[in-house]
Design a protein around this ligand. Structure first.
Ligand SMILES: NC(=O)c1ccc[n+]([C@@H]2O[C@H](COP(=O)([O-])OP(=O)(O)OC[C@H]3O[C@@H](n4cnc5c(N)ncnc54)[C@H](O)[C@@H]3O)[C@@H](O)[C@H]2O)c1
Length: 425
């Protein structure tokens, strides 16, 4: 344990908690969150995001608090708070600024602390917004009394392979010395090594284009899905064939929700527009992906002969194997089916029922799989759903009904042997 070093991580969500727990293995680490409920549950050994187990929480020397004054002066302040968009898809940096104000209250010049931002932003936020805000509030000089750094987070919640202690960490710093310190800090916790970006803006840009690139590629998949649907050609069969070429990129069609892929491209597009550059490709991709839930609902309705009936939607989380509801496009799909007249029931064994009701007004039905429906939509194939058996899912589809397999998890043999119609994109 490097005794002289101390870290405070601000924001203990999907990103901040695993990071803070990993850092706590090598350096004294404090975890600060404004949500007393979150700090309380972590103290009791429960992580609602499912990223840390009760055993890991019990074993971590990480200290949790809601009170900045409880954190002793630190060498690194790492900001891992949300960066959403507003109703007009413009960056909402108010949470990052609020966390920056909290950091300002803790900064002490003598230790020459480094403030590291991990939240996904557009290039320039760290140095042009956060640094000046810290200076304004503390009266300290950035680059003299305290320093800035940026290290984007790349973890993929629910993914047990690409964890914070295994992935390559991109790091950047205001000066070469800061870059060395930040590299040492992160290098000690990940076996994937660190990549030293040439500047803070480069590191900010790298993160935002990683997600924009993914969004655009999925948008292309969604666009061809819509074209091939009119030709009665399965996009999955096309992808299997095209995927045999050595340089074909392996993406899949689907709903793009969550806190990152569907949000971050708007950050870059917004900054581009401010600079007088039209981000046509990025925004076109966003448009296609955002429209996918409506399109799927219409296809289902069309396949049901434009007759509304009962419909069961399986999975509400924005992707498989996480309880994360943020920006779930399955909620849009359920809503669009409802608007077309279908009587919709939603089931998700991983999602908190109170959160579903609060976020989307959707009352999850824990007994939903025990009934029959005209349409069953396997929207989010959580492992637990599939392991419980496809038989149950087929069984919930009424005779003459339609089973929609959005992620193509049902094998062609099984599909052909089924007594109900199975449709995949
Ligand atoms: N979740 C992901 O998959 C992922 C992956 C890579 C990067 N990111 C980025 O990381 C950042 C954090 O995302 P997340 O998914 O961990 O968010 P999250 O919502 O899971 O967690 C954020 C936490 O910050 C806390 N918080 C909010 N305001 C605060 C404040 N002023 N002071 C202290 N705590 C505060 C919240 O209570 C919450 O516990 C975002 O910028 C996101 O884009 C997320």
């Amino acid at each position: 344990m490097a005794e002289s070093k101390r870290v405070v991580v601000i924001g203990l969500g999907y990103v901040g908690l695993p990071l803070a727990a990993a850092l706590a293995k090598t350096v004294e680490t404090w975890g600060l969150d404004i949500d007393a409920g979150r700090v309380g549950e972590l103290g009791r050994g429960h992580d609602r995001t499912g990223e840390l187990t009760a055993e890991q929480l019990a074993a971590t020397p990480l200290r949790f608090t809601t009170d900045p004054a409880a954190c002793p002066p630190a060498d690194f302040y790492i900001v891992t708070v949300p960066t959403p968009v507003d109703a007009e898809n413009k960056p909402d940096l108010s949470i990052v600024i609020a966390a920056t104000r909290t950091v300002a209250g803790m900064l002490q010049a003598g230790r020459k602390p480094i403030v590291v931002y991990e939240s996904t932003v557009y290039p320039g936020v760290t140095e042009e917004l956060c640094g000046p805000e810290l200076e304004r509030l503390t009266g300290l000089t950035c680059g003299v009394d305290f320093f800035l750094a940026y290290s984007p987070e790349r973890i993929n919640p629910g993914d047990r392979e690409h964890t914070v202690d295994r992935i390559t960490k991109v790091v950047s710093g205001q000066t070469p010395e800061v870059l060395d310190k930040v590299s040492d800090l992160y290098g000690a916790v990940t076996s994937g090594g660190v990549f030293r970006a040439t500047s803070i803006k480069v590191a900010e840009a790298a993160k935002v284009i990683e997600n924009a690139q993914r969004d655009i590629n999925i948008a292309f998949m969604n666009e061809i899905t819509r074209v091939f649907a009119r030709m009665d050609v399965s996009v999955w069969d096309v992808l299997a064939a095209a995927g045999t070429k050595w340089n074909f990129l392996k993406f899949e069609p689907g709903l793009v929700g969550g806190h990152c892929i569907g949000v971050d491209p708007y950050y870059l597009a917004h900054r581009a527009q401010e600079l007088g550059v039209q981000a046509d490709v990025i925004l076109a991709g966003r448009g296609v992906n955002d429209d996918m839930a409506r399109w799927i609902a219409q296809e289902i309705h069309f396949r049901r002969g434009e007759r509304a009936g009962t419909a069961l939607v399986l999975g509400l989380a924005f992707k498989p194997d996480v309880p994360d509801l943020r920006n779930s496009k399955v909620a849009d799909l359920a809503g669009a089916l409802g608007q077309l007249g279908h009587q919709v029931t939603v089931y998700d064994p991983l999602v908190d029922a109170g959160a579903a009701l609060h976020e989307y007004g959707i009352a999850l039905d824990p007994l939903a799989l025990d009934r029959h429906y005209d349409t069953v939509v396997l929207a989010v194939p959580h492992r637990v759903l599939i392991e419980a058996g496809l038989d149950r899912i087929f069984g919930a589809t009424a005779p003459g009904g339609l089973l929609v397999d959005l992620k193509n998890v049902i094998s062609p043999d099984r599909r052909q042997a089924a007594s109900v119609e199975v449709w995949t994109l």
